[in-house]
Design a protein around this ligand. Structure first.
Ligand code: P6P
Length: 334
């Protein structure tokens, strides 16, 4: 089978669909190259002296891992000089990072969670980089945080790179979802799946069950029905998975279906959820929808939500269409 490498895929997609102008192609190639570098650092683990905490906290008040900071720096350094970007935003940085004056500014805004699930690295479980691309508003002279506050349906590209048994880059530019597996001998991402489709039904749910007593009633109802299995109202048994790494859980769902939930709960009632809208939920929601699935905040389509803050959190229900619709219905009926 002929090997289609990442760049060839982008060039041919542009020829066929026109959604990848050359500046966006440069951006995506640079991000893919950065992900290769992060993959190398993650794979070294203890040998690279990169495990453990950095002794600092991020804007979320979460302890930063050394690799969180390394991954963030790799993405900044890879992208700032190319002339394709106006600014970047990251889970690991309080404010936006405007491309320095010594470099030309482009029309794109890049948002990322540089290393999602980083707590898994110390125990050698999958983690990943999530990225989202927006275009800066027309006519804006400078670039400010408010320029990033666009609903997810305005993304021009979204994807992730999962660092697991394979390093796999997954991308959408609005023409379906493609997957590229890293060929380490060649150092290239090779096209291994395209036109990914998620089954509309599933028997597999992903949620952190230890939070059950804190959930809202509709979530308790849905999970309870799954646990009743064949004897219950669903008339089928369910299986459960929770990797505690959104990238890995979403990758499983894109590969074989399933439903992922990180709902609002009573632990921190003032927060809409744990996950971040701009650089976790929005890119994942677009990928899931592009593969025929659905993604809501338990009431509304995630891609329609109007952000008000760069690091705002959101409740997430995503995956197989019919399950997401059922869970969302239980919430809107309640
Ligand atoms: P919990 C990782 O820290 C993360 O942001 C997501 O990748 C993951 O789905 C979730 O948090 C895990 O949260 O509460 O189960 O540890």
């Amino acid at each position: 089978m002929k090997k289609i490498l990442f760049t060839r895929y982008l060039v041919e997609q542009q020829r066929d669909h026109g959604h990848i102008p050359s500046q966006l192609r440069l951006l995506l190639e640079v991000v893919a190259r950065a992900c290769k570098g992060i993959s190398q650092a993650v794979n070294k683990g203890a040998l690279g002296g990169v495990l453990g905490t950095a002794g600092s906290e991020n804007v979320q008040g979460e302890v930063q891992k050394k690799l969180d900071i390394i991954a963030n720096e790799v993405l900044i350094e890879a992208n700032e000089w190319g002339g394709h970007l106006a600014a970047m935003a990251s889970e690991e940085m309080d404010g936006i990072y405007v491309v320095p004056n010594r470099y030309p500014q482009g029309e794109y805004l890049l948002l990322f969670d540089p290393l999602d699930g980083s707590s898994n690295i110390d125990v050698t479980v999958s983690s990943g980089t999530i990225f989202s691309v927006l275009t800066r508003p027309e006519g804006a002279s400078g670039v400010e945080e408010k320029d990033f506050l666009q609903p997810g349906h305005q993304q021009v590209a979204a994807g992730y790179c999962v660092y697991g048994p394979q390093t796999t880059l997954v991308l959408t530019v609005g023409d379906g979802v493609a997957m590229f597996t890293l060929d380490r001998e060649q150092g290239s991402f090779v096209l291994t799946e395209e036109n990914v489709r998620i089954p509309e039904d599933t028997k597999e749910f992903a949620i952190n069950m230890s939070n059950m007593r804190h959930w809202d009633q509709p979530v308790k109802r849905y999970i309870d029905e799954c646990l009743q299995g064949k004897e219950g109202p669903r008339s089928k048994d369910f299986n459960m998975r929770w990797i505690a790494s959104m990238v890995a859980d979403v990758h499983r769902i894109l590969t074989r279906g399933g439903v992922f939930m990180y709902p609002w709960d009573k632990r921190e009632p003032e927060k809409a959820g744990k996950l971040r809208l701009m650089y976790e939920a929005n890119p994942m929601a677009w990928l899931i929808e592009q593969a025929g699935g659905a993604a809501t905040n338990a009431r509304q389509r995630i891609l329609d939500l109007q952000p008000t803050k760069l690091h705002e959190r959101v409740s997430v229900v995503l995956g197989s269409k019919n399950e997401v619709e059922r869970i969302t219905r239980y919430h809107t009926e309640a």
